[in-house]
Design a protein. Structure first.
Ligand code: SAH
Length: 397
């Protein structure tokens, strides 16, 4: 078998069970592995420590499939995928939702594999050379799960470029759906476009946070920024908000949002197709204000290298949002940037409040839903963080 031999001392990350081998830690490659091939990872003195997928173009030169050498074959994927799916079963069978993240990459022992299940449809993203190599085995294992009738591929994420992989989408198993896939989430219905929606079609990681908003808004005016297909806005209406304004720059997303609102017979949202950075400034200049504001922007910093620029963008929208809040108002603010830690995010929000001249407290720290677990040996898996901040709770003396 092909082997990667680590430089002396570079087995430390393996001892911590970190699943990535960086190119700088490799002394030499024995054999002639091609992209996606299975390689044994050995310490400098030749001891096998793990079995991994080789990625010659990426700085992350190998990703670990297993900590002890074992056959990497169709059975391996069938077993890992069945285990990951079984862990999500209580969420599906408990009536919370019929849409779950089945596989969350490294945190489910399957680097580069992401799969979301919408009712009977699984949408998979194969993001690395190793995942790419095992496309057919992964598709078979997903199609074999009880109740799954089709598997759709959406490997059109930018990260594939870092692996030297082109974008790839299409039907892998079963017959194409004739329309959107209908899902239920905490009692609300959403129509999911798995073919042209963002990512796999929906942002399942925000499921519980959307419900949390529902509990905060009775009688309040709500502004949902970066609303996509209406997840937070529709929950705000369901929670008895007195008025909801929702903004997104994507026309198709807003059309889907309106259809979702109608599906739940929750009308009355003001849907705006616009840039959030500009809209917040317009609202400020027009003297508009809200009781609750949600900020759920796209990933401004995919990696730590983008953190500084991203920090400015987060500060900008959060500062404006603090200014637009009525006294005693609530800001629910998120970052899904892997390159911005929860600690840095909190500092940015503190700076935004200070510069907006607003006193605020944090009422809750929020994260992704339980079907997006974070392996303790893989802290990079923690990408979604959020805060609920309430302003001006003290009166001047
Ligand atoms: N809150 C949503 C998910 C938001 S995803 C949910 O719960 O489902 C981020 C959204 O931001 C996308 O829909 C994208 O179209 C939108 N977006 C990106 N940049 C934007 C900008 N500058 N102004 C407005 N919307 C933007």
């Amino acid at each position: 078998m092909h082997s990667l031999i680590l430089k002396p001392g570079r087995e430390k990350s393996l001892q911590r069970r970190h699943p990535w081998i960086f190119s700088g830690g490799i002394a030499r490659v024995d054999g002639n592995p091609q992209a996606g091939d299975t390689v044994e990872v050995r310490t400098a003195d030749g001891v096998p420590r793990a079995i991994a997928a080789y990625s010659p173009q990426s700085q992350i030169r190998a990703r670990i499939w297993n900590w002890t050498p074992c056959p990497i074959d169709a059975d391996f994927f069938a077993q890992r995928i069945a285990q990951a799916a079984a862990r999500r079963e209580p969420l599906r069978s408990g009536g919370v939702t019929n849409a779950v993240r089945l596989i969350h990459g490294e945190s489910d022992g399957l680097p580069g594999v992401v799969a979301d299940r919408y009712e009977d449809t699984v949408v998979v993203q194969l993001l690395t050379t190793g995942a790419e190599r095992w496309r057919e085995a992964i598709a078979d294992a997903l199609a074999a799960l009880a109740g799954v009738v089709r598997v759709v591929e959406r490997s059109d994420a930018d990260v594939r470029q870092l692996e030297g992989l082109p974008s790839q989408t299409g039907l892998l198993r079963g017959a194409a759906a004739t329309g959107p896939v209908m899902i239920t989430e905490h009692g609300l219905q959403f129509a999911i476009d798995v073919v042209s929606g963002h990512k796999t079609g929906f942002y399942l990681d925000q499921r519980d946070n959307r419900q949390r908003l529902r509990a905060l808004v009775a009688g309040n005016s709500v502004l949902d920024c970066f609303c996509y297909t209406g997840g937070f806005a529709i929950n705000a209406l369901a929670g008895g908000a007195s008025a909801v304004t929702a903004i997104d720059s994507s026309g198709p997303a807003l059309q889907a949002a309106q259809a979702n609102a109608a599906l739940n017979r929750l009308n009355g949202t003001e849907w705006l197709e616009a840039d959030v950075f500009q809209s917040l400034r317009k609202f400020r200049d027009a003297g508009r204000s809200f009781d609750v504001i949600v900020l759920d922007p796209p990933k401004f910093a995919p990696t730590a290298a983008h953190a500084e620029k991203a920090a400015r963008a987060y500060k900008d929208i959060n500062l404006l949002a603090f200014k637009l809040l009525n006294p005693g108002g609530t800001l629910m603010t998120y970052s899904c940037s892997g390159g911005v830690s929860a600690e840095l995010f909190q500092k940015i929000i503190a700076g935004a409040a200070l510069d907006a001249g607003v006193d605020a407290v944090i009422e809750a720290w929020l994260h992704g839903a339980a079907d997006h677990p974070v392996a303790l040996n893989f802290p990079e898996g923690e990408y979604l963080k959020g805060l609920i901040c309430r302003t001006n709770i003290t009166t001047a003396v």
